[in-house]
Write a protein that binds this ligand. Structure first.
Ligand SMILES: [Fe+2]
Length: 410
């Protein structure tokens, strides 16, 4: 998170206000019913995202750092605490979709009240609380991405296939030929520098060893994935990790999550023809790994990825700029379109220290059974990512915008 010497500034207030406004804009087209349903236990209702991000600010800043602050509703923290044991008992995650009350309008009113209290408190906050405001902004940006991926999962449950909004038709784009970038070898530094915002799991910056390797110049496309499917990629156990093959058979997996018949896929803009030049998305770690084996390659390590793209501008690429549907597009860079699976387990860096206090539960306690993804996606708010960023998901997860960039031994 932000260093504790950071002082409240106009920039922080402006970013807080813009971030809070974007979340409301994302929810603007939704009915209370749209915002209440939960498609599966990993995905949360849109209304819950609006409320939980507000709970985060109310709890860790207003309650803890503003004298005399009274909770908007003392019953609601039980509903909208996600996983913070330090904050006590909470509503079961798989039952978040059962909360028809409080209503979407009541949640909006809570947001307005908390925003007002935050704006009033900001100039007088102690430095440690200013760092928590920054963390709250970054947290809300993460939930904006989850809002979109969870909403896509909800809409996909409806046989009428409703669209969240409209997108321009895919521009005609020739697929950029894939080339291989020779990576550096030897000891390199990875992880976030001491200054500036980063999550605790990105620190400390440390040495890592790179063996001879090369990394693909772009992500695997839908067209290339279609060749994998046509070549029997999902029928050939020799391509799959044992766990992955069990998963493919148990879940009857035949392609990326939202692919359907006739070379179409369900998207936030409804069912559309698959753009063969765009990066493939909604694939699991297992699928990424099997594809890489089929293609005579492998997944990059997180060190290889970070070192290759540490000088690329993380603010360039197809990322979230305004409320509305998003979709991976052709021609993007390392940041944007689809998060890229790495072969690296999500583990603590040497010398890792979780943040102090209850927010120390933010990242560290999830360092088991998950893999690191690098880059950003079309649903990542622009400005949120950086080369040291470590997204992480379990290997069977694929409701996020997850894709693959290949690597090879050198
Ligand atoms: Fe959260």
């Amino acid at each position: 998170m932000a260093r504790s010497d950071e002082q409240p500034s106009g920039d922080l207030a402006a970013r807080l206000s813009a971030t809070r406004a974007l979340t409301l804009d994302l929810a603007a087209p939704l009915s209370d019913a749209d915002a209440t349903i939960q498609p599966h236990p990993d995905a949360s209702p849109a209304k819950w995202h609006l409320a939980h991000t507000t709970w985060f600010f109310e709890t860790f800043i207003l309650r803890d750092h503003v004298a005399g602050y009274r909770l908007h509703d003392e019953r609601w923290p039980y509903l909208f605490n996600s996983y913070y044991e330090g904050e006590g008992e909470r509503h079961a995650r798989p039952r978040r979709g059962m909360l028809s009350r409080p209503s979407l309008d009541e949640i909006r009113e809570w947001r307005r009240a908390v925003d007002e209290a935050l704006a009033a408190a900001l100039p007088g906050l102690p430095p440690e609380a200013v760092g928590l405001v920054e963390l709250g902004i970054q947290h809300e940006q993460q939930h904006q991405e989850l809002f979109l991926t969870d909403l896509l999962a909800s809409l996909a449950e409806n046989p009428l296939e409703p669209a969240y909004g409209e997108l321009d038709p895919a521009p005609c784009f020739a697929v950029e030929p894939l080339s291989w970038i020779d990576g550096r070898q030897g000891l390199v530094d990875i992880g976030a520098a001491a200054a500036g915002f980063a999550f605790d799991c990105e620190r400390p910056r440390h040495k890592a060893l790179l063996h001879p390797h090369r990394i693909a110049s772009r992500c695997v496309t839908n067209g290339e994935w279609a060749e994998f499917v046509a070549d029997g990629g999902y029928d050939n156990p020799s391509l799959w990790l044992s766990e992955g093959w069990d998963w493919v058979r148990r879940e009857a997996i035949r392609g990326p999550l939202y692919w359907g018949e006739d070379e179409t896929a369900f998207t936030l803009a409804g069912r559309r023809p698959i753009d063969r030049a765009a990066p493939v998305d909604h694939i699991s770690y297992y699928e990424a790994d099997a594809y890489a084996r089929w293609a005579g390659a492998r997944l990059p390590t997180e060190t290889e990825w970070e070192d290759a793209f540490s000088s690329a501008d993380p603010a360039i690429g197809h990322q979230l700029d305004r409320a509305g549907p998003v979709l991976p597009r052709p021609g993007g860079g390392p940041f944007g379109d689809a998060w890229q699976w790495t072969v690296s387990a999500y583990l603590p860096y040497p010398g890792f220290r979780p943040e102090e206090g209850t927010v120390g539960e933010y990242n560290g306690k999830f360092m088991c059974g998950q893999f690191v993804l690098k880059g950003a996606s079309c649903a990542t708010p622009r400005g949120h990512s950086r080369a040291s960023y470590r997204n992480f998901f379990q290997p069977a997860s694929r409701w996020q915008f997850t894709g693959v960039r290949l690597a090879q031994d050198g």
